[in-house]
Design a binder for this molecule. Sequence first.
Ligand SMILES: Cc1ncc(C[n+]2csc(CCOP(=O)(O)OP(=O)(O)O)c2C)c(N)n1
Length: 903
Amino acid sequence: MTDLSDIISSGHWAVLPPDLDPVETREWLDALEALVEAEGPERATFILRKLLDRARALRVPMPPVLNTPYCNTIPLSDQPQYPGNLDIESRISGLVRWNALAMVVRANKKASELGGHIATYASVADLFEVGYNHFFRAGQNGDLVYFQPHAAPGMYARSYLEGRLPEDQLDCYRQETGGNGLSSYCHPWLMPSFWQFPTGSMGLGPITAIYQARFMRYLENRGILETRGRKVWEFVGDGEMDEPESIAGLSLAAREGLDNLIFVVNCNLQRLDGPVRGNGSIIQELEGLFAGAGWNVIKVLWGSDWDPLFARDHENIILRRLHETVDGEFQKYAATDGRFNRENFFNKYPELQKLVAHLSDEDIDRLKRGGHDPLKIYAAYLAAVDHKGQPTVILAQTKKGYGMGHWGQGRMTAHQQKKLEDEALLAFRDRFALPLSDDDVHDLRFYKPAADSPEMKYLHQRRQALGGYIPERTGKAQALPAPALDSMTKHLEGTAGREQSTTMVFVQLLAQWLRDANLGKRIVPIVADEARTFGMQALFRQVAIYSSVGQLYEPEDKDELLYYKEAKEGQILEEGITEAGAISSWIAAATSYSAHGVPMLPFYIFYSCFGFQRIGDLVWAAADSRSRGFLLGATAGRTTLSGEGLQHEDGSSLLLFSTVPNCVAYDPCFGYELTVILQEGMRRMLEQQEDVFYYVTVMNENYVHPPMPEGAREGIVRGMYLLRSAPPHSGGGESQTGERRVQLLGSGTILREVLAAAELLQQDWNVAADVWSVTSFTELRREGLDVERWNRLHPDAEPRRTHVEKCLAPGAGPVVAATDYMRTVGDLIRNWVPRRYTVLGTDGFGRSDTRAALRDFFEVDRRHVGVAALKALADEGRIDRKLVAHAIEKYGIDAGRGNPWDR
Ligand SMILES: Cc1ncc(C[n+]2csc(CCOP(=O)(O)OP(=O)(O)O)c2C)c(N)n1
């Protein structure tokens, strides 16, 4: 008999090493069997551990222990009774398959550019159907299912049978602009009462599902919501497991013992272009990966009709043959018929040939892979649901394009297949015994049985038993009152000569809100190992760091007031160095109002450079998910984080965040601006329940903060307000109004340079400068575009004016803007600036130096702002051009040096 461990340890395609002393081997095995029989498996585990320890000490090379044979993890003897009606379920499944296929093919008959996928759902259909009929519990106390994105047609088709989507909507698959469409993939933004979790971008489903499961534990441990018993189901493709994000959270899931998490990997062995691991075995590889990370692994590889073959295979010849077979070859067997399989797979060894001698070629053709057999799937799901202490992954082997015959099944091109001719459709009908006439098939008619048919009754009964229908998304939760602005007066009154950074203002506000009786509990502070960088260590003690096991050690700094405190009910999510993990946590918290009916308010603070630029696709997923919460880009700007250099200094995050339609971005300079912005954000997200989220920059530069000017609130929120009016003319020379006057715009810390430039202009050149604080170029642009569009579409109406125009039109003189970001940021409002407009910014590579040197280098300091203003006045003919040259000389500016972005 072939020894299993030899098969596995020798790789899945290598030849077995010979057994040099079979009698001795037998004795060892007999001893083990006797031990298990007499004293049970726990005792056997103990002995094996002892043996392994001894072997290690004797330097015996260890066999790989993370892989098991290429067969089902759950033996037939442990398989539970199937609780459903297999016959009816199979008919329902066939109908869902048909309607999904018809929907895609109909859309592509209309316009082939619409696209869509058939083969993914065809492979995963049975995995979903068992879930729908027996496991997925609906409602806000139910399970959370992350759907494999390219299987979306199947979810629409099932919802159609369930009466949740009308037929005319099925006919609008991928035709959304008319308002009645079905989105290509799972997009809550586009179908807000249907999809919960956006998974269309590969890899984001797995990582966000893991952090969702962890967040549910957090809610439970903090006493906010009972989540026990609820499961997170994540359906992922085997190709999708290539994504770094897919595997990024695996060890966290195991470390946290997330037995509320079940991954189902649809191992159809193919991705888009071809096999996932043509020359290897993706299932064995994933088994090792998940087991190594500490997961419970259940392999569902072969259907029930393989059971008798395995039972008769006393020589393990099937396994030997399976382990020789690489995935590229398995794919070929999926794409070919029973005869080919017999000749090429089974006839390789006479013993194997004999094992299937009683089967016809058709029987061999029908041998199922485990992921297509409800009995095997059910057994795996039940074991996963019952498993304690670890997350479970189910590796389900399927065929891509299952049931699509030689038009699709196992074909290299299966993924892209979205058009099928009549012949293929008729074969599909026959394959799944669908109650359709040839005409029905030809016309691609959707099929829904009568309401009182056994299928429909069964389908509804099963869903009712599981609490309702999924997917379903809730958009509203209890509104939470935002703390009033007058509870924050400390930060509105300025710092009275004391220097402070906006990061510190934020941390103080956060500490205050954490003590708020209504809101405090709902706040979720999140960091990716940067709390100390942002001066947040006081919060360690105030609200503690969340740890599912509390604190099992005495922290090194226990004697200090603000020691590193971990606690089971801790509030801070200290994610470690994983921006992808931290934003995934943030998404879970920011969508808790929907997924759990419990609004939470996450504040994730990070190095702004490691924000969008690092995890931009997750930000889009957050937006799609209708997240509500705050992202704080700290140490923001190209020149404020002076010493850190090229990969730390951010000059583009505001621009990048502004590309996301429901992200509201601000770049405040002063504490009162930040306070107003955060308060307004809370009001919109918590009270008004608007589906927006905020990106706000905070800086580490210390300076004095003035009190909030009277009436500035509205302008701060809209994006721009007058901060400093030029003092009245002090007499002598020409009039300042009109002639020697400029409008200066600044944001973030560069606003202070702009204010200083106004002083220089006044003192050195007798130029009056009004200074505008621009808290958000991006919001000004949004409003500008909105007004512009309205005017375009209402040519006969009184034209509306943008906030920028309203602010700047009454003033005089050219306009100059400076920010700590690329010039494009200042340029965002160019359309509505009513006069000559010059923009300064920090285009180029970041580098290390002092702030003063960097602002000189990027040409955004007070001197450069002053020179830009003088140049604009000269171009307008309002001052002598020579003054500009004088200024350049006076300020020691080297006009001969190259552009900062070239250096
Ligand atoms: C981030 C990302 N990259 C690429 C794609 C394009 N894409 C869509 S499906 C697919 C192949 C998926 O293969 P697999 O995960 O094995 O799923 P299957 O359809 O085979 O079940 C690819 C590359 C995507 N959706 N997202």
